[in-house]
Design a protein around this ligand. Structure first.
Ligand SMILES: C[S@@+](CC[C@H](N)C(=O)[O-])C[C@H]1O[C@@H](n2cnc3c(N)ncnc32)[C@H](O)[C@@H]1O
Length: 276
C-alpha cells in the first residue's frame, strides 16, 4: 500500500476520520508507555538545555515535552512548539492554560517554519520524522532556523529492526517489513546519520535506546500488533491462515505472560557549523 493511500496517519491528523483518536493516542502513550518516557528523558539530556536558550519542538503533539523544555530554559529563554495539526495545538494550549512558562504553541508545518534564519539554539523533533514524506526538506528547514553552533536533535523508532518473538519467524519478518514500509519513513532513524553528514552538520552522534517490552498492554497503544496483522493480510502480505496462526500464538504468549518484543530508538544529534 502506498503512503498516499494511507490517510489516517500522524502526517494528516486534522483531515483524518478521527483527529481526537490521535490526541488520545499520545495521551495514552505518555500514561502507559514508560519506555517512551525514558527515551524522552534521554533526548532531553542530549539537548543540553540551559536557561536563556531559544528552542523549537517541531511536531510537538500535545505539547508535554515543550513544557519540560520551557522549565529548563526559563526565565530568560523561550520554547516554541509547532505542529501541523491544529487539534494537537489546541490540546497543547489546554495543557499550559494554568502555567506561567516561556512557551508558545502554534500551528505550522516543519517544511515552512515561520521563523527567521539562525533563530534557535536548539531544534528538536521526537517521533515526527517517521511520518514525513520529505525528511530532507524538513531537515533543511531545521538547519535554516538553527543558529551557527546550535544543535539539532531528532529521535525516532527504527521500524526495520523491530523484534517480536513468535513461533512463526517467517510471518513475523514479513509483518515487520510491512509495518515499516507502511510508515512514511520506517527506516528514518538509521538514515539520519547519513543525512546529517550530507547536510554539513558537525559532531554528529547517534545514541541507541533499546527496550525490551514484555507487556503487550504497554506496547499496544502505539503498536497494536494483534490488529495490524490483519492489515498486513488485507494488503496481501500474509494469507488468512498465516494471520490467524500468528495472532493466536501472540495471544497465547500474552496470556502466558511470555510476550517479548524489542525496539530500538535512535537519537541523532548534530551541530550547525559556526561559520554558516
Ligand atoms: C507521533 S506524533 C509525536 C508528537 C510528540 N513529538 C511526541 O513525542 O509525543 C507526530 C507529530 O508530528 C506532527 N506532524 C506530522 N507532520 C508534520 C509536519 N509536516 N509539520 C509539523 N508537524 C507534523 C503530527 O501532527 C504529530 O503531532
Amino acid at each position: 500500500m502506498s503512503n498516499q493511500e494511507n490517510k489516517n496517519t500522524f502526517a494528516t491528523v486534522d483531515s483524518s476520520t478521527d483527529p481526537q483518536a490521535f490526541v488520545q493516542c499520545l495521551h495514552e502513550q505518555y500514561a502507559h508507555n514508560t519506555r517512551l518516557n525514558l527515551n524522552k528523558h534521554e533526548t532531553l539530556n542530549l539537548m543540553n538545555l540551559e536557561p536563556g536558550q531559544t528552542v523549537l519542538d517541531a511536531g510537538c503533539g500535545t505539547g508535554v515535552d515543550a513544557v519540560q523544555m520551557a522549565q529548563l530554559v526559563a526565565p530568560t529563554g523561550h520554547v516554541y512548539g509547532i505542529d501541523f495539526s491544529q487539534e494537537m495545538i489546541n490540546a497543547a494550549i489546554r495543557h499550559i492554560a494554568e502555567r506561567d512558562l516561556p512557551l508558545t504553541y502554534q500551528q505550522g508545518s516543519i517544511y515552512a517554519l515561520k521563523f527567521a534564519d539562525n533563530f534557535f539554539d536548539r531544534c528538536r523533533a521526537d517521533k515526527t520524522f517517521q511520518h514525513l514524506a520529505d525528511p530532507e526538506a524538513a531537515l533543511g528547514e531545521l538547519i535554516r532556523v538553527t543558529k551557527p553552533g546550535g544543535k539539532i536533535v531528532i529521535a525516532d523508532p527504527d521500524h526495520d529492526s523491530l523484534i517480536i518473538d513468535s513461533p512463526y519467524p517467517d510471518i513475523t519478518r514479513r509483518f515487520v517489513r510491512f509495518r515499516s514500509d507502511h510508515m512514511a519513513q520506517g527506516g528514518i532513524a538509521h538514515q539520519l546519520y547519513r543525512m546529517f553528514k550530507a547536510s554539513g552538520l558537525m559532531n554528529v552522534t547517534v545514541t541507541p535506546l533499546t527496550h525490551v517490552y514484555t507487556s503487550y498492554d504497554e506496547k499496544k497503544v502505539s503498536s497494536p500488533y494483534l490488529r495490524e496483522i490483519w492489515l498486513a493480510h488485507k494488503h496481501g502480505v500474509v494469507d488468512e491462515d498465516e494471520a490467524q496462526r500468528w495472532a493466536s500464538s501472540l495471544q497465547e504468549a500474552i496470556d502466558k505472560e511470555c510476550f517479548f518484543c524489542m525496539q530500538t530508538y535512535l537519537v541523532t544529534t548534530g551541530e550547525k557549523h559556526k561559520l554558516q
